[in-house]
Design a protein around this ligand. Structure first.
Ligand SMILES: Cc1cc2nc3c(=O)[nH]c(=O)nc-3n(C[C@H](O)[C@H](O)[C@H](O)COP(=O)(O)O)c2cc1C
Length: 205
């Protein structure tokens, strides 16, 4: 439990800023807990979750971003139901942030082009699997061909992966904040009304 009271403890405006601060740091710092949120989707009947890497946090447009394979199950689910939910937890700071929003699938557009250019070879390899993610296999497999297995390909030979690459942007409608502290936990709901405008209320933790 935290013993020092941070400035945001009883201040919802500072909580809002702290959320974006943690999200922004998650994008640039591999060591940040907020880099690896769990993303939850619902196909109409069942919910399922998976960990992704946070690739963008744009406070001015209430948007966060991750990359994925266009052939993956996520895309099928999101095309039917674009409601999306993220859970972040920073263990050291004892802060949980839950994010509700709607997803936009970017595929072969300006956004994916710019993101792909910045994607390093090691990450591009994720998009080079022969079969779609989730394809059953009779033997243990990475999904990569023999030529790529265990190797670092030249950048040119990763370009084909762009066909499988997509960028999921989430327009955020709500944050739910939970801060654990020995003095008393704090919970707040922040509804994002429009760009950089929000309403907020305290909630019993
Ligand atoms: C640390 C870590 C980071 C991951 N990052 C991503 C990611 O950025 N994008 C992604 O699509 N899958 C990522 N995955 C894999 C997903 O958790 C999931 O297994 C995969 O996307 C297939 O999920 P699906 O059933 O939704 O298609 C990551 C997994 C781990 C453990």
């Amino acid at each position: 439990m935290n013993t020092q009271i941070p400035q945001f403890y009883n201040n919802k405006d500072l909580i809002y800023d702290e959320i974006w601060n943690l999200l922004s740091r998650g994008v640039v710092d591999r060591g940040e807990d907020f880099r690896l949120p769990t993303v939850i989707l619902n196909d109409g009947k069942l919910s399922d979750g998976r960990v992704v890497v946070l690739r963008g946090a744009f406070k001015d447009i209430n948007t966060i971003r991750f990359h994925t394979d266009y052939r993956s199950d996520k895309i099928r689910i999101l095309k039917n139901n674009n409601n999306i939910y993220f859970v972040f937890y920073n263990k050291k700071r004892k802060i949980q942030v839950r994010v509700k929003g709607t997803a936009i699938i970017n595929y072969k557009n300006d956004i994916t082009q710019k993101a792909w250019e910045k994607t390093q070879i090691i990450s591009r390899k994720c998009y080079l699997a022969t079969n779609p993610p989730g394809t059953a296999s009779g033997s243990p497999t990475s999904g990569l061909s023999n030529e790529l297995e265990g190797k670092n390909p030249k950048i040119d030979s990763t370009e084909i992966g762009y066909n499988n690459f997509c960028v999921i942007d989430t327009k955020i409608s709500e944050f739910e904040w939970l801060y654990l502290a020995s003095q008393g936990h704090r919970r707040a709901k922040i509804s994002l009304v429009s760009e950089n405008k929000f309403t907020s209320e305290w909630v019993t933790p």
